[in-house]
Design a protein around this ligand. Sequence first.
Ligand SMILES: NC(=O)C1=CN([C@@H]2O[C@H](COP(=O)(O)OP(=O)(O)OC[C@H]3O[C@@H](n4cnc5c(N)ncnc54)[C@H](OP(=O)(O)O)[C@@H]3O)[C@@H](O)[C@H]2O)C=CC1
Ligand SMILES: O=C(O)[C@H](O)CS(=O)(=O)O
Length: 486
Amino acid sequence: MTDTIKLADPGLLKNRALIDGAWVAADNEATFAVTDPATGEVLAHVASLGVAETRRAIAAAESAQRQWQAKSGKERAHILHAWYNAILANLEDLAVLMTREQGKPLVESRGEIQYAAAFVEWFAEEAKRITGDVSQHPQADKRILVLKQAVGVCVAITPWNFPAAMITRKVAPALAAGCSIMVKPASQTPLSALALATLAERAGMPRGLIQVLTGNARVIGGELTASPLVRKLSFTGSTEIGRTLMAQSATTIKRLSLELGGNAPFIVFDDADLHAAVEGAIAAKFRNSGQTCVCANRILVQDGIYDAFVDAFAARVSKLHVGNGLDPLTEQGPLIDAAAVAKVEELLADAEMRGARVATGGKPHALGGTFYQPTVLADATSHMRVAHEEIFGPVAPVFRFRDEAEAIALANDTEFGLAAYVYTRDLGRSWRVSEALEYGMVGLNTGLISNEVAPFGGIKQSGIGREGSRYGIDEYLELKYICTQL
Ligand SMILES: NC(=O)C1=CN([C@@H]2O[C@H](COP(=O)(O)OP(=O)(O)OC[C@H]3O[C@@H](n4cnc5c(N)ncnc54)[C@H](OP(=O)(O)O)[C@@H]3O)[C@@H](O)[C@H]2O)C=CC1
Ligand SMILES: O=C(O)[C@H](O)CS(=O)(=O)O
């Protein structure tokens, strides 16, 4: 373990996986490197588990789950609240760890830790409110009872862009429902998951209930999806991998929650508040340097306000401060890796070849590495790849539209259906457009829609199920119907 990460509590920096309450190296001692995307420094060499370790984890998960589901919701809530408090008590260390391994500005990392903790707090409360019902039977001498019971052994496979929130958004409802869960974090950002699991241990979480399996995704994922003991998979990541995991889970008919890719339209009508729309577009596009699934991927602006919007938006974007996430002035960190930069460059070249105009940015940043200039592209059209592919970087293509009908048609012209945003001050239009948009989530005059109380998720090829909110715990519960003779 290198000493490049300075934490108040060095015990939070783990490079071993967590199996059945033990911090273990791989059986063959294999490791993989975790690097700082801003500097290229190697932060840690983390255990790279294989099949045998994964099978041991599955056995431990089954045993732990049987004991855990026998506890009351109140008992489960008590431990979840302790975990919530432990996360907040170590917020600064967790934020520094995240910025080092993922690159986002420290202020965003702090925000994500609070967001991650909020899911633990929310589902600690939900744990005590799992109810069923008793109904009349068609026959007077019988009764219908409906219980909600834990799904059982669960798996979470999570992405690098939100290394803490995507863990607790799955682990918290699973534990609240009485499940056990094995987490396979992204190999680029495992340190946050390992730190969260360390805090869960300290909070009194029983051994084997949360396990963190680091290493080769295909090997570990293959074992987890093949096992009939695993009853549920919750995945956040690309649609491509979501399809793979869905297919692998079909053999054993697992329950699935899939949070996949997006292609969010950000629609600005002539009657919108221009300043609010520009600020909303900044928030929706450039959070995490554009590396979120709900980022505005296409900015659609009505003809009457188009030029004024592009000028104001480009002026604002040109002032975004790019730098190392540890620098308090930084508003835009590096992209996660060179492949992400290459993808952005490819999409930009295609757009410019097909007539887009760079209003600001458009090149790798002078800092080098994976830093990229926040970019606004004017005169974007549906003939360009940026109209149909998830950019996952700090590039905002701005498209024109004439009227409401065209805006809705353009917005819905995609296989994705995660998030959409609408800026208008017309009440009727806000209802008509929100209802017509084929998306799981709509931001009305706001560019920030994510919180623990809202049902987060998409339709079409953006996924299945909802996370957070009072609906999120149902993903980890089964209904049991009991018919009783009086
Ligand atoms: N809808 C949503 O909420 C979100 C969607 N996304 C989408 O994910 C993409 C970017 O995130 P990214 O992490 O690159 O997505 P990936 O789908 O590549 O990876 C996500 C996770 O899946 C794992 N994984 C990759 N291949 C396999 C496999 N064959 N079997 C099992 N697990 C596998 C990865 O492990 P490893 O790192 O070891 O390869 C990682 O932990 C974008 O498309 C983005 O839109 C991202 C975040 C949120
Ligand atoms: O991984 C993501 O992109 C997150 O789901 C986005 S959010 O929940 O932070 O909005």
